[in-house]
Design a protein around this ligand. Structure first.
Ligand SMILES: [Ca+2]
Length: 182
């Protein structure tokens, strides 16, 4: 498990499904595109469901925009096909892995609404709601590998590495972005 980040991705069916899932989870506007508008819609939804105001709301909006810009790389709007092709081109490069690490950090920061360093179960429940992930308890338990009741940045990074680089069909992390797309 420790060497996932070094593994070469071979674009298996399970991997393609996972990447499609990411696209569908973030392209919330249902226009078939991932773009900044999708970021605005998603952040508005997230801010409202967390009841955030002022600086907290502003921070969340900025995080969403950062994540969306990183996910769409050089495009302003990206289709599912472009998204998958762009991932195939880049996933096995060191440059992409560095960017992905940044996206992961931004995502951790986004979920960590209360900014206390670790993600609590309550914070994760909000994120699960966004993902359409019903079983918060088992999701949280799978992520909390050190079993201390919070998700640390390391645990989150580990989950992202497994999700993006593992092609194991039975990995606990396959549902990191919610139920898998078909
Ligand atoms: Ca933990």
């Amino acid at each position: 498990m420790a060497d996932t980040a070094q593994r070469q991705v071979e674009f298996s069916d399970i991997w393609l499904k996972k990447m499609k899932t990411v696209f569908h989870r973030f392209s919330v506007n249902k226009d078939g595109k991932l773009n900044r508008d999708a970021g605005k819609t998603a952040s508005a939804r997230y801010i409202s469901s967390n009841g955030l105001k002022g600086d907290q709301a502003r921070r969340i909006r900025e995080k969403w925009q950062t994540i969306l810009m990183m996910l769409t790389t050089r495009f302003t709007a990206i289709s599912e096909e472009q998204f998958i092709n762009s991932l195939k081109e880049q996933i096995n490069t060191d440059a992409f892995r560095a960017v992905l690490k940044d996206v992961c950090t931004n995502n951790f920061d986004l979920i960590n609404v209360n900014q206390r360093g670790n993600i609590t179960k309550e914070e994760m429940a909000s994120w699960c709601k966004f993902l359409g992930q019903d079983d918060v308890d088992s999701f949280f338990e799978a992520l909390d590998t050190k079993k201390d009741g919070v998700i640390t940045a390391d645990e989150w990074q580990q989950a992202w590495n497994e999700f993006y680089f593992s092609e194991d069909e039975s990995s606990l992390y396959n549902k990191l972005f919610g139920p898998l797309a078909e």
